[in-house]
Design a protein around this ligand. Sequence first.
Ligand code: UTP
Length: 295
Amino acid sequence: MSQSRMKAVIPAAGLGTRFLPATKAMPKEMLPVVDKPAIQYVVEEAVNAGIDDVLVIIGRNKNAISDHFDAVPELESKLVEKGDDKKLQQVLASSDLADIHFVRQGEPKGLGHAVLRAKAHVGESSFAVMLGDDLIDERDPLLPQMIEQHAKRGAAVVALMEVPREHIHLYGVAAVEETDDEGVVRITGMVEKPSAEDAPSNLAVIGRYVLGPDIFDVLEHTEPGKGGEIQLTDALQEQAADPNGNGVFGVVFRGRRYDTGAKIDYIQAIVQLAVARPDLGPELRDWLKDFAETL
Ligand code: UTP
């Protein structure tokens, strides 16, 4: 499957309860990370991996997301009038990025249920699922390697990351075997949000997946699991356990990742990304050093 034809699906219909009250009227994927909403970074990551068709799964408060990716003629003409080309380019960047589509989830019945809503748009092709609150630093590209492994093995590929044991209960966790490819593992089992004692490894599933259309058949009959939600992890566990299937593989990511769905991680993400920016970094770095001394 050529990269240019692969579509991306961004589920953004969760309730975002970890980020209340900010997420009461706004999806967490729209929270600004420095000066762009989190979801824009994810769309840019898809575009950088050669994907130009993006489907966003939206829930309540959908307008904020679709408005952000829409053209705003009155704002654009004001900036043209003022001759403010820099700001004009920033405004145009989000509406010209990719071909962006939306579908509603209805009720937030889980990530697996959200992904199943992409079936009609995706059709018979492979596709990438990218969680809208999980950011991968553009200096450490991950998706191209996942797409390559998917093409090579004809199997579902998930991104894995080593996490400290005290955080393992927040993730789907994989039991794995080595493969001949450095940094690529075969997944022999997956469990959603296990306790530290029950976790089969310290390899957590992070928010990037490259899946074949066969996942939809599995999701159609996946029963609600942990938290009463239809879990993508449970559907992948079924694929991993199927002796007649191609299995499920993991690409172990060792780069920079930012989780913007939880408050402390979100604050850290903003600081790290702002420090790396040429326009903000030097001033912020100096201030941070002074501030740290007052702690
Ligand atoms: P999370 O579990 O992180 O999202 O789901 P949440 O349920 O919104 O967050 P909390 O725990 O209440 O704070 C992972 C991703 O799946 C999407 C979310 O928007 C997020 O990007 N999701 C989750 C859906 O699109 N639909 C759902 O029913 C559940």
